[in-house]
Write a protein that binds this ligand. Structure first.
Ligand code: SF4
Length: 243
């Protein structure tokens, strides 16, 4: 119970910091069809909203690809080239093509609209069947943005930050249990905003290799950040060997 209360306190502080220090993301696209929302999720996983928006706009540019079928039959390097501003653009290009191929083989088209009529749980299950392109993040994204449900998509940068803050332990916690905890503490209406602001926080402050702990507003709550700073302090205090 004490641990749950601590997590709740840290998450409440995190939400307040994200809201105060990071610009409000543009409102989620309201009318994006399910297929396009899954495509967007593939681009967005591990990237910032700006990076994903730029890549998505390129895929939708008729002068680059006429339609989703043209993306499907393009080479990985052509698609990777179009989304080159994303981290791991090559892997994204490959996943995107495989996802479109799976959908095409099943439906001979690209309309996943029927899935949305089945109710959130059933729709999520159906999306998860497109295994080559749709990850756990993709399913949660579609639930949050296209299916009207409550889910917090968890990509690598989000898990990294939450782990450093001591909210989750990826070694022992199942992804589903982690999401359950987050969904409990973060209201449905705040989910998209939390997801987008976290991506920017992870990309600009709590970066993979060199987190900016010294200036991070989450430092008082963060065991990892305090360890990083203590180590840096100890290194500075170490007397230099005489030459
Ligand atoms: S204090 Fe450091 S490790 Fe902790 S959240 Fe901030 S940047 Fe990340």
């Amino acid at each position: 119970m004490a641990a749950a209360t601590h997590k709740q306190t840290v998450l409440a502080h995190l939400q307040s910091v994200l809201k105060k220090k990071f610009p409000a993301p543009p409102p989620p696209a309201a009318d994006r069809p399910v297929l396009e929302e899954v495509v967007y999720a593939i681009l967005r996983e591990g990237a910032t909203p700006d990076q994903a928006d730029a890549a998505f706009a390129k895929l939708k540019d008729k002068e680059v690809f006429f339609d989703w079928n043209e993306v499907r039959v393009s080479s990985v390097s052509e698609v990777a080239d179009a989304v080159h501003g994303l981290p791991e653009a090559g892997a994204k290009g490959e996943r995107l093509i495989k996802f479109l191929q799976e959908v095409f083989e099943e439906l001979y088209g690209f309309d996943l609209g029927d899935i949305a009529k089945k109710g959130v749980k059933q729709a999520a299950k159906q999306l998860a069947r497109y295994k080559t392109g749709v990850t756990d993040f993709g399913v949660a994204w579609a639930v949050q943005r296209a299916l009207g449900g409550h889910a917090i998509p968890l990509d690598h940068p989000t898990v990294r930050v939450l782990h450093r803050l001591g909210v989750i332990d990826p070694e022992t916690d199942e992804l589903e249990a982690v999401r359950g905890t987050l969904e409990h503490f973060i209201p449905k209406a705040s989910g998209p905003e939390f997801t987008d602001r976290m991506a920017v926080f992870a990309a600009t402050v709590c970066t993979e290799d060199h987190p900016h702990c010294e200036s991070c507003p989450m430092r008082p709550d963060c065991p990892y950040g305090q360890e990083v700073l203590a180590k840096a302090k100890a290194k500075e205090a170490k007397p230099k060997k005489p030459r």
